[in-house]
Design a protein around this ligand. Structure first.
Ligand code: ATP
Length: 239
C-alpha cells in the first residue's frame, strides 16, 4: 500500500499548501484524487514521487510510506526503483527524441527486462509502435499522453501516478485514455488518478478523495462520490 499520513507540505519554507493529508492507494486498485485548481493535487503527487525539492517544497510533517517504509526523503530515481512512477501534468516527453528513445529512457532505473517491457508497451499502445521512429514533438496530444504513460510504465511500477491525463484531449481520446487506465490496472498496476474530469475518474476508480485548500474533505467509495450532491454540482455539472 502507498500511504500518505498527516502530510504537510510547504513551499519556500513559508507557504503551507498541504495541511495534514491522509490518503491510501492499496496495491492493484484505482484511486481518484479530485479537487479544484490550486487545491494541492499536483503537490501531493510531487510528494509521492520525490519531486518536491525541485519545486522548493518540503515535507514539514507527516509521511509517505510504501509497504510501511518511509519514502518521502528519497530521491526520485530511488522512488521509481521501489515501484512508484509518475506521469507529470503536461505529459513531458523529450520532444527532440523519437518515440522509442523516449520509451527506453523510462527504463533507465532497471537492470534487465527492458526489451520485454518495450514489446509489451507496443502491444498496449499500438499507435506508439507505428510511430516508434517519429520524433515525439510531432505526436498529437493523445499520442503524447500515451507516450508519457508508456514511458512511466517502462520502469515496471507497482503504482502509477497520473496527473490530469485527459487534460486538453478530445472526447474520443479521453475515452481511449480511460480504457488504457483500466487495462494497465488489470495487468496489476495500482493507479492514483488526479483528474479535473471527475466523471471519467470516478467511472474507473474504486475510491476517491476530494482535496480542498490542502485538506481532504471527502474520502469515499467512487460510487458514493458519484451520488454526492456537492460532487454532482461542482464536478459533474449536474443541477
Ligand atoms: P492545478 O490543477 O491547477 O495543478 P493543484 O490542485 O494541482 O492545481 P497545486 O499545483 O498542487 O494544486 O498547487 C497548490 C498551491 O500551491 C497553489 O496555491 C499553487 O500556487 C502553490 N504552488 C504550487 N507550486 C508551487 C511552488 N513551486 N512554489 C510556491 N507555490 C506553489
Amino acid at each position: 500500500m502507498l500511504r500518505v499520513q498527516n502530510l504537510e507540505v510547504v513551499y519556500d519554507d513559508v507557504m503551507l499548501v498541504l495541511r495534514g493529508v491522509d490518503l491510501a492507494v492499496p496495491e492493484g486498485r484505482i484511486v481518484a484524487l479530485l479537487g479544484a485548481n490550486g487545491a494541492g493535487k499536483t503537490t501531493l503527487l510531487r510528494a509521492l514521487s520525490g519531486l518536491l525539492g525541485v519545486h522548493h517544497g518540503t515535507v514539514a510533517r507527516g509521511s509517505v510510506t510504501l509497504a510501511g517504509a518511509p519514502i518521502h526523503r528519497l530521491r526520485p530515481a530511488a522512488i521509481v526503483r521501489r515501484g512508484v512512477s509518475q506521469v507529470m501534468e503536461g505529459r513531458r516527453t523529450f520532444a527532440e527524441l523519437t518515440v522509442e528513445e523516449n520509451l527506453r529512457l523510462g527504463a533507465h532505473t532497471r537492470r534487465r527486462g527492458a526489451a520485454d517491457t518495450l514489446a509489451r508497451m507496443y502491444e498496449l499502445f499500438p499507435v506508439l509502435k507505428q510511430r516508434r521512429g517519429a520524433v515525439a514533438g510531432y505526436l498529437s496530444g493523445g499520442e503524447q499522453q500515451m507516450l508519457a504513460m508508456g514511458r512511466a510504465l517502462m520502469s515496471g511500477p507497482a503504482y502509477l501516478l497520473l496527473d490530469e491525463p485527459s487534460l486538453g484531449l478530445a472526447p474520443r481520446m479521453v475515452e481511449q485514455v480511460r480504457d488504457l487506465i483500466v487495462e494497465i490496472n488489470r495487468a496489476g498496476t495500482a493507479v492514483l488518478l488526479v483528474e479535473q474530469n471527475a466523471a471519467m475518474a470516478l467511472s474507473v476508480a474504486e475510491h476517491g478523495y476530494v482535496l480542498e485548500n490542502g485538506r481532504v474533505v471527502l474520502d469515499k467509495p467512487a460510487a458514493e462520490l458519484l451520488a454526492d450532491d456537492d460532487i454532482r454540482e461542482f464536478y459533474l455539472g449536474a443541477h
